[in-house]
Design a protein around this ligand. Structure first.
Ligand code: SAH
Ligand code: SF4
Ligand code: F3S
Length: 491
């Protein structure tokens, strides 16, 4: 039973949270890092080096690829800059997942074109998923760019750039069945020296009907475990405290050692990475509900340094929609997976992705999504309106027949439902001590640090005597929709 005092506290707190929630709604749409300029914090001066300005959009895989691009360009004398006006070469690493992602990039390219008036030698290149989707047609439209390079062609960048230097345009959008850039040491860009990505696989074979990724990133291939472990060791030696293993569908990681004939699955890889350094946290993304196994969750529960957090995109709560989406699981399967995760790791953080208004979605289908959100009580969700992508199975086979107005209405209902779950989830975290890895200053104040707990929730607290990279215990006594607030507990 709640005492009156508690009730007052919670009511006051709810009002506060809702206010913050409105302000922070954008965060729920995963736009916070879009367009981030990527450069070394302290650039290494290369004599007579040309300067590269690199801007990244899209998912973590794209940000990770930007580090590969910087590495390849670094070898031919480029240093990265965060100041676009000093750049000799501008690369935009693009995303094609929804139409508005591409529109944003077109607007950015038009903006950048203006810089050619004062700097005629400026080279502008489009990398990544939009490059792969639009190929050389990107060169034609509005004549905004000089280079178009797909995600599997970055080794070719120096040659392509040399071609541009002779006054030609350059394109390489060949996809590969083997390329994993396993031997290229990514240049860790613009980060804090504490958290890093390790790409463990590329591409995707799932062919969800709405999704452009299999077309922009090609066939799924897993990276050699030896090179993954090597990268994890190097990061640990360099003082990193957290690595995130990246792939579109990490649970289907599969690497066959040609000598021993041994096949390593994701659970085995996770275990090996966890053993590299017990003081280094391990996260991973993204899991697919059809592939996540109990073996993976049990491995998570066995190792203290594997974070108790799973991003498990559901997309819809309606089995009919899931079938049309070609997700290859249904509502019951998804619920069973969530239950299995919670029975193995009761306090596991779970987040999801949801699409509103997919082809032929009815009110009934939509209500099933709302009821699933309520049932699951996700800690967090990324929520989107369906955006038809040319060439996908859905674009070919189904009509994008849910009106914009209904998509918007459904999306806001989904956001409302999720807000309640996020609030519930955050309320459960109050008045508890959380172990936090300090990643840097909070966005709002240089008097406060921000870091994440095991379940991937951001926690903000006054700095005290702590340092970036420390693990600290924080007592949480307040929160906003997206952030927990507290104070360090002195041991
Ligand atoms: N590999 C991950 C997701 C990659 S894309 C997975 O399978 O879960 C990230 C998210 O973008 C997807 O989960 C989906 O929710 C959303 N998305 C993908 N294609 C979309 C489209 N055409 N319209 C709207 N949202 C889309
Ligand atoms: Fe796209 Fe589906 Fe592959 Fe995710 S699993 S990248 S949603 S095709
Ligand atoms: Fe976007 Fe490509 Fe990632 S389409 S979401 S950048 S894989």
């Amino acid at each position: 039973m709640l005492t009156i005092c508690h009730e007052v506290k919670i009511n006051y707190f709810c009002g506060n949270v809702l206010k913050h929630m409105l302000r922070e709604e954008n965060k729920l749409l995963d736009e916070s890092r879009q367009g981030e300029a990527y450069a070394l914090e302290q650039p290494v001066e290369t004599p007579h080096g040309r300067k590269l300005y690199l801007e990244s959009y899209g998912c973590a895989m794209n940000f990770s690829d930007s580090e590969i691009i910087a590495s390849i360009m670094g070898k031919v004398g480029f240093e990265t800059t965060k100041d676009i006006d000093t750049a000799d070469v501008i690369f935009i690493n693009t995303c094609a997942i929804r139409e508005n992602a591409e529109q944003k990039i077109w607007a950015r390219l038009r903006d950048i074109k203006k810089k050619k008036i004062t700097n005629p030698g400026l080279v502008v290149g489009v990398m990544g998923c939009m490059a792969e989707r639009l190929k050389s047609s990107l060169l034609e439209k509005e004549k905004l760019v000089d280079m178009v390079v797909g995600p599997d062609a970055y080794r070719d960048l120096p040659t392509l750039l040399a071609q541009v230097d002779t006054g030609q345009k350059a394109v390489n959008v060949l996809l590969s069945r083997e390329e994993t850039y396993a031997d290229i040491s990514p240049v860790r860009l613009g980060k804090n020296g504490i958290t890093a990505f390790i790409s463990i696989m590329r591409g995707c074979d799932n062919m969800c009907s709405f999704c452009v990724v299999p077309f922009t990133r090609g066939r799924e291939r897993s990276r050699d475990i030896i090179s993954i472990l090597q990268e994890a060791r190097e990061l640990s030696e360099a003082g990193y405290k957290e690595v995130t293993l990246l792939g579109q569908n990490v649970d289907s990681y599969k690497f066959k050692n040609e000598h021993t004939k041994e096949v390593v699955n994701f659970a085995a890889l996770l275990e090996q990475v966890a053993l590299v350094d017990p003081n280094m946290r391990i996260r991973f993304s993204t899991s697919h509900p059809k592939d996540i196994t109990n073996q993976v969750v049990e491995t998570m529960s066995r190792y203290e340094n594997i974070c108790n957090y799973i991003h498990l995109p559901v997309q819809s709560g309606s089995s009919r929609m899931l079938e049309l989406m070609n997700r290859t699981y249904n509502r019951e399967w998804y619920k069973e997976r969530v239950q299995a995760i919670r029975s193995i790791i009761p306090d596991c953080g779970i987040s999801t992705d949801v699409i509103a208004g997919f082809c032929s979605e009815t009110d009934e289908d939509h209500n099933e999504t709302l009821s699933l959100l309520e049932w699951a009580g996700f800690d967090f969700a990324y929520m989107y309106k369906y955006s038809e992508r040319p060439g996908t199975m859905a674009a070919k086979k189904y009509k994008d027949d849910v009106s914009e107005e209904i998509k918007s209405k459904r999306l806001s209902e989904i956001i409302e439902a999720q807000k309640k779950s996020s609030l519930q989830s955050n309320l459960k975290d109050l008045n508890k001590i959380h172990r936090v890895l300090i990643e840097g200053d909070s966005k709002k104040s240089d008097q406060e640090f921000a870091g994440r707990n095991d379940q991937n929730k951001t926690i903000v607290f006054p700095k005290g005597n702590a340092q970036i990279g420390d693990y600290v215990d924080v007592f949480v006594d307040d929160c906003t929709a997206a952030t927990l607030l507290g104070n360090i507990v002195e041991n």
